[in-house]
Design a binder for this molecule. Structure first.
Ligand SMILES: [Fe+2]
Ligand SMILES: [Fe+2]
Length: 483
C-alpha cells in the first residue's frame, strides 16, 4: 500500500509540468537572491520580484503538496525528481548549487501555507553572505529566532561536500608545472614524453575554466622565480585557453591551443642559464643565442617520438610567438607569411605574463593593469587587434590579482571581475589591509554593494597600487585556498 502511494507520488512529481514550476520557482529565487545583494528590503524591484516568487510558490503548491529542494551530488532534486535545467538556465543552477553548498544546506523544505512576508524573511536569511565556519548552524538559529517554523533545513551530508573547486584547480596548476618539469628533463635525456598526460592536464584546465575562470586567472599571479620557464609556460597555457574560449574556439581546438602554449618555450632548454638569467642587457652574441629558442623549440617538437599526436599548430606557435603582427620580431623569415591564429593568441598571453613577472634584467615589473595599457599602445603593430581587445575585456579594467586602494582606506585584492559592463570598475575584492593600515585576512566584498541608508556604494576603487610598494604578496591569497 505504502509502496503504491510512493509510486503515485513519484509519478505526480516527475511530470514535466511540475518540473517547469519547480524550475520557475528556483529561477525567481535566484533573481531575488541577486537583488537582495544590491538593494534594501523595501526596494520596489525587490517587492515586485518577491511577489512573483510568492506567486510561483502558489502555483507549485497547487501542483504538489510537498515542497522540498534537495542537493544530491551535482543535482538539485524537487521532491523525488531530479530537475533538468536547460542550457540557458544552467548558470543559475550552478550558482544555486554552489550557494547551497557554501551554506551546507542539503535540504530546503517549505510549508505550503507560508505567507509572503515569511517567505521574504526566509529568503533574506538564506541569501545573506556567510563567512563563519558554521554557516548552516547560523542560518538555522536565525530562522528559529524569527519564528520561521514553516521553513525546514537539513544539513548537507559530509559525503556531499566536494573538495573546493579552488583547491583542485590549484592542485592542477602545480601538477602541470611538475609535469612540464618532467617533460623538460625527459627531453634532455631524449626519453619519450607522455603527451597523453599533457593532453589530459589541459582538458582538466579547460573544465575548471568553465566553472571558475576568475580563480584560474588569479593563479597566474603565482610566479616561481627559480623555475621561471616552467611556471611561465603553465601560466601562458592557462591564459591562452581562457582567451581562446572567449574567442569562440571549440573544446578540441582549445586543447590543441593549450598544448601549443604549454610547449611554446621548449627551446629554452637549450639556452644557457647564464643568458636566461643575466641581469642587465644581453650582448649582441648573447641576444642571438637567446633568439634561437623558437627555432630550437620547433625542432625539438618535430623530433618527439609522439610527434604525430601533437597538433601542427604547436610547431607554428614555438616558431612564431616572438613575431609581431607587422611581421617584425624574430626569427625573421625571408618570405612574409601570415601568422597562425594560435601563435597570435599565445603572443598576447606570453607578453602579458612576461612583463608582469619580476626578472633580474627588467627594471620594472608591470602591474596587471599597467601591462594591459602598455600592450594597447602596440595594438595592430605588435598584437592582433581583435585578440588583444578580447584579452583586455577578459582581464577587465582591474584584472584578477590586482591590488586596489578603496575610498575607505582599505586595500583590496581583485578576486573576480564583474561581467556587467556598467560594473567594470566594481569587481569583487578581498580586503587584505584594513582602514587602519593593518594586514588582515578580510572578507570578500562586492563593490556593487549599496548602503541601504545612504543609497551610495559602500566602497569604490580610488586607484590601483603596486604590491611591491606595499610589501604585499598577491599569490599568497590564491595559494592559501589551495591548502
Ligand atoms: Fe619565447
Ligand atoms: Fe614565453
Amino acid at each position: 500500500m505504502t509502496e503504491d502511494r510512493n509510486q503515485e507520488e513519484e509519478k505526480k512529481v516527475s511530470g514535466p509540468q511540475l518540473q517547469k514550476l519547480a524550475i520557475n520557482f528556483l529561477v525567481r529565487f535566484y533573481i531575488v537572491f541577486k537583488i537582495l545583494r544590491l538593494y534594501a528590503e523595501n526596494n520596489e524591484l525587490l517587492q515586485e520580484q518577491t511577489g512573483l516568487l510568492y506567486q510561483n510558490l502558489q502555483e507549485l503548491k497547487a501542483a504538489s503538496p510537498e515542497i522540498n529542494f534537495k542537493i544530491k551530488r551535482e543535482s538539485i532534486f524537487f521532491n523525488q525528481s531530479r530537475l533538468k535545467f536547460s542550457l540557458a538556465n544552467y548558470p543559475i543552477f550552478k550558482f544555486l548549487l554552489e550557494e547551497f553548498r557554501k551554506r551546507e544546506i542539503g535540504l530546503l523544505s517549505l510549508e505550503p501555507d507560508i505567507s509572503r512576508e515569511e517567505l521574504l524573511t526566509a529568503v533574506n536569511i538564506l541569501c545573506l553572505k556567510r563567512t563563519s565556519s558554521t554557516p548552516f548552524e547560523d542560518i538555522v538559529s536565525e530562522l528559529t529566532q524569527q519564528g520561521m517554523e514553516k521553513v525546514r533545513l537539513e544539513k548537507l551530508e559530509a559525503s556531499e561536500k566536494l573538495p573546493s573547486p579552488e583547491r583542485s584547480a590549484a592542485r592542477l596548476f602545480f601538477l602541470s608545472i611538475l609535469h612540464l618539469r618532467e617533460v623538460s628533463e625527459r627531453n634532455k635525456e631524449n626519453e619519450q614524453i607522455k603527451l597523453n598526460t599533457t593532453r589530459r592536464l589541459i582538458q582538466s584546465i579547460f573544465n575548471h575554466l568553465v566553472d571558475n575562470e576568475s580563480f584560474l586567472l588569479g593563479l597566474t599571479t603565482i610566479k616561481n622565480h627559480d623555475e621561471y620557464t616552467l611556471n611561465h609556460s603553465v601560466n601562458v597555457s592557462l591564459l591562452a585557453v581562457a582567451l581562446g574560449r572567449r574567442l569562440g574556439l571549440s573544446r578540441a581546438e582549445l586543447v590543441d591551443l593549450g598544448l601549443a602554449a604549454f610547449f611554446h618555450d621548449l627551446g629554452k632548454i637549450e639556452t644557457p642559464l647564464e643568458i636566461l638569467n643575466k641581469p642587465g642587457q644581453l650582448t649582441e652574441d648573447e641576444r642571438k643565442i637567446m633568439e634561437l629558442h623558437p627555432h630550437q623549440g620547433a625542432e625539438k617538437l618535430v623530433q618527439l617520438r609522439d610527434f604525430r599526436r601533437l597538433p601542427v599548430s604547436a610547431i607554428h606557435v614555438a616558431m612564431e610567438h616572438h613575431i609581431k603582427e607587422d611581421l617584425t620580431g624574430y626569427p625573421r623569415f625571408r618570405i612574409k607569411h601570415d601568422l597562425n591564429l594560435y601563435s597570435r593568441i599565445v603572443k598576447v598571453c606570453d607578453f602579458f605574463d612576461a612583463i608582469t613577472t619580476k626578472r633580474v634584467y627588467r627594471k620594472k615589473t608591470f602591474t596587471r593593469a599597467e601591462a594591459l595599457s602598455l600592450m594597447l599602445e602596440n595594438i595592430g603593430t605588435e598584437f592582433n587587434p581583435v585578440i588583444l581587445k578580447t584579452f583586455v575585456q577578459m582581464m577587465g579594467l582591474f584584472p584578477v590579482g590586482s591590488l586596489v586602494l578603496l575610498n575607505t582606506g582599505e586595500i583590496g585584492l581583485v578576486v573576480e571581475n564583474n561581467q556587467e559592463a556598467r560594473f567594470l570598475l566594481r569587481p569583487r575584492v578581498k580586503i587584505i589591509v584594513n582602514s587602519q593600515g593593518q594586514k588582515v585576512d578580510g572578507e570578500v566584498v562586492d563593490l556593487t554593494e549599496v548602503d541601504p541608508q545612504t543609497k551610495k556604494f559602500r566602497r569604490t576603487i580610488v586607484k590601483e597600487i603596486n604590491p611591491e610598494d606595499y610589501g604585499l604578496e598577491v599569490p599568497d591569497y590564491f595559494l592559501a585556498q589551495a591548502m
